[in-house]
Write a protein that binds this ligand. Sequence first.
Ligand SMILES: *[C@@H]1O[C@H](CO)[C@@H](O)[C@H](O)[C@H]1NC(C)=O
Ligand SMILES: *[C@@H]1O[C@H](CO)[C@@H](O)[C@H](O)[C@H]1NC(C)=O
Ligand SMILES: *[C@@H]1O[C@H](CO)[C@@H](O)[C@H](O)[C@H]1NC(C)=O
Ligand SMILES: *[C@@H]1O[C@H](CO)[C@@H](O)[C@H](O)[C@H]1NC(C)=O
Ligand SMILES: *[C@@H]1O[C@H](CO)[C@@H](O)[C@H](O)[C@H]1NC(C)=O
Length: 448
Amino acid sequence: MEAQKYAFKMKSSTTTTTLKDDSLCLSKNLVPYTLQFLLPIALLPIVLLCIYFYPLFLTKSQTNELHYGTISSPPPPPYPVNNKIKAENNSCDYFNGKWIHDKSGPLYNGTTCGTIKEGQNCMTNGRPDSNYLYYRWKPNECNLPRFEPNTFLQLSKNKHIAFIGDSLARNQFESLLCMLSTVSKPKPVHHKGSHWWHFASHNATLSDYWSPFLVQGDERSKSGPSFNTMHLDRVNERWLKDMDGMDLIFLSFGNWFNVPSIYYENGLVLGCLNCSSFGLNYTDIGFYVPLRKALRTSLNAIIERKRAKGKEISVIVRTFSPTHFDGDWDKAGTCSKTEPYGNGEKKVGEMESEIRRIQTEEVESAKAKANAFGGIRFEVLDVTELALLRPDGHPGAYMKPFPFANGVSEHVQNDCVHWCLPGPIDTWNEIFLEMMKWDWKGQPRSEE
Ligand SMILES: *[C@@H]1O[C@H](CO)[C@@H](O)[C@H](O)[C@H]1NC(C)=O
Ligand SMILES: *[C@@H]1O[C@H](CO)[C@@H](O)[C@H](O)[C@H]1NC(C)=O
Ligand SMILES: *[C@@H]1O[C@H](CO)[C@@H](O)[C@H](O)[C@H]1NC(C)=O
Ligand SMILES: *[C@@H]1O[C@H](CO)[C@@H](O)[C@H](O)[C@H]1NC(C)=O
Ligand SMILES: *[C@@H]1O[C@H](CO)[C@@H](O)[C@H](O)[C@H]1NC(C)=O
């Protein structure tokens, strides 16, 4: 069964851990080690973000070298941020609203969809409560329609939609696959370095590219360095090489940046994050500037490619998805809430809001650059607020099958980063569909 390939595989040996995929790994020996240099409580969540092992298929060859300013260059001008997207006749801000009870429930479940990763299949892992499945997002200004798989496929006809980024990109991608599979069964397509699925009914291709920095680099790993390496001026070739064939590029990243890193530009070290902790003497530049540069490099590369090839393209950037580690990260009960937060009950944190600001500003800046020649559309899928209000949507301990079958042990691994499938992440795709509905072709938006 093909789904098998997608399954979470982890050998719990103490020497090497091989994951076929970009799975979440909360390795026992990694965590304490990481803690040594990430003690500030605020950083604890990233400890659990953990290490992803992914075979690097690509060899280093020529890359699109793009250079955009230096570390001392000022941030881009404060472009006005307009989060409204046009839904049929009305403009609606889909990102301000609240979660309300809805008895209709999800389109699929853990048994009907065969492509859910074990770590996110909360239902089959024995999560006892199901209340979290019966909420829908109600924007203040309009109603968000339920996901319509046929409409999505219709709009994707003869197109290639690529999800690029981290494991949350994958999480959302799998939610989409599950919802679409209720009307049309996709076939996996072999493609080196990424996962492709083809819906023969509509000749629609959906793909997922593992590229957590968007730019070229290596993730820290248990067998290699304990820090990330990133080349902020070079787009990751894994997706760059296929860019010409993509009609919609969905960028989904952020959580991998708050991890010790060394940053390069023009092949030279630009600075690092928390590198004194592993004995390197580079300037600590934090991760906000690198995150901004990585996104700018990627968006610029898309603009350049559009300019060179002329093909119409849409680009959607998802904003930061907050984590919900409340309480001890390795104890039962972390992110075990069973209800969403109400309005105003929780405020977006400083880091989340800064990442969101950077992501939004860079998209606005790209829009301004691309305006000159048209045929390219940029949108922000601003999930930060609506995700923040769903502490109940994570696998928590149910990232593993029946975690409490033998009672509650002293250490319990919790995933408070990814989202259960089905779960609140399905809503991200409902908004995504609204974006696709009103304008695929990148016409200038009206009524701004
Ligand atoms: C949008 O406007 C058109 C023409 O005025 C109308 O026929 C259509 O029903 C409207 N759609 C919605 C969703 O309101
Ligand atoms: C999943 O859905 C199928 C079909 O709708 C249903 O038969 C089954 O009971 C559901 N399973 C769970 C765990 O809800
Ligand atoms: C199928 O879709 C691809 C894009 O994913 C396109 O290049 C190709 O021309 C389409 N085939 C047909 C027969 O339309
Ligand atoms: C670190 O770099 C600074 C500036 O380059 C230098 O003055 C200092 O001696 C270095 N420290 C160590 C421990 O190498
Ligand atoms: C790691 O970097 C962050 C962001 O620059 C900083 O707030 C934190 O204090 C650093 N931690 C250590 C242990 O150096």
